[in-house]
Design a protein around this ligand. Structure first.
Ligand code: ADP
Length: 209
C-alpha cells in the first residue's frame, strides 16, 4: 500500500495542529518508541493518555477493562474487523489485538493528547480514515544501532531479530515515502531524543506543555 493520499486534502488536515489531539508515533521495532514515549508521558502525566487497544485475550488478574485493554470475545473482534473498525490489528499467541478508529475518534471529546504507537500501515489507515492527527517518526541513527538495540532488549531469538531488521528496512523506506509526517526524531542519545520530541510537542500544543 502506498501513500497516495499524502497529496490529497488530508495533507492539509495534517499540518501541525493543536486541535489534532491524536499523536501517531511510528518507527521500526527496537528503535526506542516505547522507551521514549514512556519518558514523555512520565514528564507530563496529565497531558497524555496512551491509546487503548481491543483484544480477544482473557483479562489477567490485576488488569482493568478500558485501562489495559478493551476485552472482547474472538467473535466480537472478528465482527469489528470485518466491519473495518480497526486501523491496525495483529494476531499474536492465538489472540487478536487491534486499535479501533473509535478509540482515536473518542479523543475529540477529551482534553488529553492520545498517543498511539503503531506501524506504518496503521498510520496510513489513520490518514486514510481522515482522523485528524499529528504524525511523528522515530528513526534509528543507523542500522547497526537498531540491530544492537533489538539484541540488547533480549526478548527475541536471533532468527526473529533478523526478520525484524528486514522488516525495519522496509518500514524505514515506507516512512520516507509518506508525506504526512510532521516531525522526525532520531533516537541516538535518549535524553536528546526526548527533548527533541518535547520541543515538537511544545510547538504543536503550546497550551499543554
Ligand atoms: P520499540 O518500542 O521501538 O520497539 P523499545 O523502546 O522497546 O523499542 O527499545 C528497544 C531497546 O533499545 C530497549 O532495550 C531500550 O532500553 C533501548 N533504547 C531505547 N532508546 C535508546 C537510546 N536512545 N539509546 C540506547 N538504548 C536505547
Amino acid at each position: 500500500m502506498g501513500c497516495e493520499s499524502s497529496n490529497s486534502a488530508q495533507t492539509e488536515l495534517n499540518g501541525e495542529r493543536s486541535g489534532n489531539k491524536v499523536l501517531v508515533v511510528v518507527g521500526p521495532s527496537g528503535v526506542g518508541k516505547d522507551t521514549l514515549m514512556q519518558k514523555v508521558f512520565d514528564n507530563h502525566p496529565n497531558v497524555f493518555k496512551k491509546g487503548v487497544t481491543h483484544t480477544s485475550r482473557k483479562m489477567r488478574e490485576g488488569e482493568k477493562e478500558g485501562y489495559n485493554y478493551y476485552y472482547v470475545t474472538e467473535e466480537e473482534f472478528l465482527k469489528m474487523k470485518s466491519e473495518n473498525k480497526f486501523v491496525e490489528f495483529n494476531y499474536y499467541n492465538k489472540n487478536y489485538y487491534g486499535l479501533s478508529k473509535m478509540e482515536l475518534e473518542s479523543q475529540s471529546k477529551s482534553d488529553k493528547i492520545l498517543y498511539v504507537i503503531i506501524d506504518i500501515n496503521g498510520a496510513k489507515n489513520v490518514n486514510k480514515a481522515k482522523i485528524p492527527a499529528n504524525y511523528v517518526a522515530i528513526l534509528p541513527p543507523n542500522e547497526e544501532t537498531l540491530n544492537e538495540r533489538l539484541k540488547g532488549r533480549g526478548t527475541e531469538t536471533e532468527e526473529v531479530i533478523k526478520g525484524r531488521l528486514e522488516t525495519a528496512k522496509t518500514e524505514l523506506k515506507e516512512i520516507e515515502k509518506c508525506g504526512f509526517f510532521n516531525h522526525k526524531v532520531y533516537n541516538n542519545n535518549l535524553d536528546e531524543a526526548v527533548q527533541d520530541m518535547e520541543g515538537f510537542l511544545k510547538k504543536v500544543y503550546p497550551d499543554k506543555l
